[in-house]
Design a protein around this ligand. Structure first.
Ligand code: ZN
Length: 487
């Protein structure tokens, strides 16, 4: 019966009707507390629940549907299609909130679904209401056809993905309170990426601010001032030089197909206003770091702080006469030193490297290749901190998504209907392949090999295999030797 999973197609009308309802409330789903926008995710999940309710166990159906609320009006939705064992295949991470949309930058109404050929426009079509509608439609198909499955299929829609300021609303709290514990019995696919290919790695990130104090002075007497802009630029260059020495491209980044290595860079600069013929006395530079998941971000942050400490102790180490000329000094002997202070603007999060030896990952590769004709796993310099938290808690997290990366958080956000139709087929086939990989079919065995040798024996080598039947749990050993005992 699990074969049914390999042939599920999207019900296009049902999907589009749901997506239209979801986008129609997306104005109230905008998540940006600093702009006073606090989403009411229940407005979206009411539409999801309305579609699922006839199939829920409460109404004699098969779906176990639960809204879990930690903050009023901002619930998460857990949907379970039960299997015959406690094993699971889970799809989580599709979220009910959206980033803000400023209609003045749009050529369509952001809060209304507009279809133009294959393209579906509206805030949330790609990130992430299109995924919510696609997965809901898939669960209705399962509930309608009721295939007998060994694994439960579980979908979790989450609140508050787009803002990290408030904790305790969405997936972090679900995990903390144990709602996701049973999903450790199978892979967890995080469905909120783009471009339909498996995403296997993301970067860690943190943001920083450097404040530089110089000495404001007449520009015609540069030897008597300390140019804060120049000190800031040379301090950043010094930190960058050290950073790229200490954190070069990590050998494992090639295996994960990372386009870029870890970086430290400035992204904003500002100065108190003064006249063009004055040497500036102050400057603030801000920026971020993007760190490969194979480095620990705490270690990186500590190192960066140590580079800045060295500059603070003696700013002359970053003086750069070759570029700035002989009069640009950061220490005025007997008078003052330039000042460089540094702080982190956010806590910082580690990146994630998905497990490539996971059967869930194999299932995702196979399903993607079958539907799209090719599979090209990729890694990104963007960060998905919520996923790293789940991985640290012991979940086997894999990442995929079927939006369009260039439309993420963009004006005129859009998704492709045909991509989302393929997504239905990929997600169903992922479940199918994963179940088949782990299915109790003789002789499906896990084989561990070891190698023993007796140096003083005529037996060169002896192999033993531990063979476990994943159905019955029976374990036995098979011993063989491959050495030549008569040499
Ligand atoms: Zn998203």
């Amino acid at each position: 019966m699990s074969q049914f999973l390999s042939s599920i197609e999207m019900n296009e009308d049902r999907f589009l009707a749901l997506l239209e309802n979801l986008i129609s409330v997306s104005k109230q789903l905008q998540n940006s507390p600093s702009q006073g926008l606090i989403p009411r995710e229940d407005l979206a999940s009411d539409h999801v629940l309305a579609l699922l309710e006839p199939h829920s166990t409460r109404n004699g159906g098969v779906l176990e549907v639960e809204r879990v609320t930690f903050v009023e009006g901002r619930g998460n939705i857990i949907i379970k299609y039960p299997g015959s064992s406690d094993r699971t295949v889970a799809f989580i991470g599709s979220h009910l909130d959206v980033v803000p949309a400023d209609p003045s930058g749009w050529s369509r109404d952001p809060f209304k679904l507009t279809r133009e050929g294959d393209m579906l426009y509206g805030r949330g079509t790609t990130d992430c209401l299109g995924h919510v509608a696609m997965l809901t439609d898939l669960m209705v198909s399962l509930a309608t056809n009721k295939p007998a499955l060994t694994n439960s299929i579980v979908v979790v829609f989450i609140a508050n993905e787009e803002n990290g300021t408030f904790k305790g609303v969405g997936v972090d709290q679900l995990a903390r309170e144990g709602y996701l514990d049973n999903l450790k019995n199978g892979p967890v696919f995080w469905v909120d990426a783009a471009d339909s290919q498996p995403c296997i790695g993301t970067a860690g990130s943190a943001q920083w601010e450097m404040k530089v104090g110089g000495k404001l002075f007449h520009s015609g007497l540069p030897h008597k001032g300390i140019n804060a802009i120049e000190l800031a630029m040379d301090s950043v260059s010094y930190v960058q030089r050290k950073f790229f020495q200490d954190f070069p491209r990590h050998p494992r980044e090639a295996e994960y197909n990372f386009a870029t290595q870890s970086t430290f860079k400035a992204t904003q600069i500002s100065c108190p206003p003064s006249s063009l013929n004055q040497i500036p006395g102050g400057c603030t530079i801000q920026g971020d770091i993007r760190i490969s998941p194979f480095y620990d971000i705490r270690e990186v942050m500590n190192k960066i702080e140590s580079y800045v400490e060295a500059i603070s102790k003696d700013p002359s180490i970053v003086e750069n006469p070759e570029v700035r000329g002989p009069h640009s000094k950061y220490v005025l002997p007997g008078e003052m030193n330039g000042k460089v202070s540094f702080k982190w603007v956010v806590e910082g999060d580690n990146g994630i490297a998905c497990r490539l030896d996971s059967k869930g990952y194999s299932a995702l590769l196979q399903a993607t290749e079958e539907v799209l004709g090719s599979v090209k796993p990729y890694s990104i310099g963007g960060s998905l901190p919520l996923i790293r938290d789940l991985q640290d808690l012991g979940f086997d997290v894999q990442i995929s998504g079927y939006g369009i990366s260039s439309r993420y958080h963009a004006d005129n956000e859009a998704a492709s209907l045909s991509d989302l139709k393929c997504a239905t087929r990929i997600i169903s086939k992922v479940s199918f392949h994963f179940i088949m990989f782990t299915k109790i079919v003789w002789p499906n065995v896990f084989i561990f090999r070891s190698y023993l040798s007796w140096s003083n024996s005529k037996f060169d080598s002896l192999h033993w295999r531990c063979i476990m039947n994943s159905d019955s749990g029976i374990v036995w050993f098979r011993v063989s030797y491959t050495g030549n005992m008569f040499q």
